[in-house]
Write a protein that binds this ligand. Structure first.
Ligand SMILES: [Zn+2]
Length: 292
């Protein structure tokens, strides 16, 4: 059964949410500098927060009213990990960092708790992207509360990290035009995939690797899973996949980057949970929101 008719779009103001200013919570631990990159300028630097305003990532801005299965056929591909956060997520983040690669994590809202705050902040620090994968992982063509499914997940990610996703992946890849419209009204692009190694079936590592490499092409979006079950095989497969993609001359980017969605940065006051960057270190295409 397919629902007909969109949910009334009551919240035209939803797009305002991503630029809400996020201050570092009082009493949060002192942020560390981003891992291993551009630690000190050559000049004797004053404490950065004294002289230079810092900016922290607060989201991204997506466009488009269709579902994306891939990006443009440039020599770029993106990897999405679904169904976290989960016990294996931290190991995935570490593996990506060790391989100098970034990915997009589509998260299930009801699994997100303060216990995962640290790993989510590390993802943001390292340039990974957080995406919306609904609150309870239903088939969205079969439930009446699509807006709530998406909104609750946005809210919990935002409350823990100050980051508002701009990409959404429907569970099982099931969506209709009403789902697309609802997602769009919340600032979310609907993102599917065109390379699927079915890693959720826990095939051997070599099978995951060979399935990805058989299907991947310039512009591909690869789906895999960091949650929903034991993911050691997926985790072990990716260093090999990443190396093979690079040998083919494919650059690995996040899904927003692949689709040309710009990151949004907001002025942060002091600690910024270690996410603060001076303006000249922001990505070239960043949208910068001034201090509130
Ligand atoms: Zn899923």
């Amino acid at each position: 059964m397919t629902r007909v008719g969109p949910i009334p779009l009551l919240l035209a103001t939803a797009l305002l949410a991503p630029v809400a200013a996020i201050g570092a919570p009082a009493g949060s631990p002192v942020g560390r500098s981003p891992r291993g990159r551009r630690s000190q300028a050559e000049a004797p630097a004053p404490p950065p927060s004294e002289k230079q305003p810092l900016y922290r990532i607060s989201g991204c801005r997506s466009t488009g009213t269709v579902a994306y299965y891939h990006g443009p056929a440039r020599r770029e591909v993106a990897i999405g990990f679904d169904d976290g956060p989960a016990p294996d997520t931290a190991a995935f983040v570490k593996m990506l960092a060790a391989n100098h690669t970034r990915a997009t994590f589509f998260m299930i809202g009801r699994q997100i708790s303060s216990a995962y705050r640290k790993v989510m902040l590390r993802e943001l620090r390292e340039g990974d992207v957080l995406g919306d994968h609904t609150f309870t992982h239903p088939d969205l063509e079969a439930v009446p509360d699509v807006r709530e499914q998406l909104q609750r997940t946005l809210a919990v990610i935002r409350s823990l990290t100050g980051y508002t996703p701009c990409v959404f992946r429907p569970p099982y890849g099931d969506y209709d035009t009403s789902v697309l419209r609802t997602a769009r009204s919340l600032g979310l692009a609907t993102v599917l995939w065109n390379v699927d190694p079915s890693d959720w079936e826990v095939p051997p590592v070599a099978t995951i690797v060979s399935r990805v490499l058989a299907e991947v092409q310039p512009g591909s979006i690869i789906i895999s899973h960091d949650g929903g079950g034991p993911r050691a095989n997926t985790l072990a497969a990716y260093p090999r996949i990443i190396a093979a993609l690079r040998r083919r001359g494919l650059r690995i980017v996040t899904i927003p980057e692949l689709l040309g969605f710009r990151p949004v940065y907001v002025h942060c006051v002091k600690l910024c949970d270690g996410l603060g960057l001076p303006r000249d270190e922001l990505p070239r295409d960043a949208i910068v929101t001034p201090a509130p």
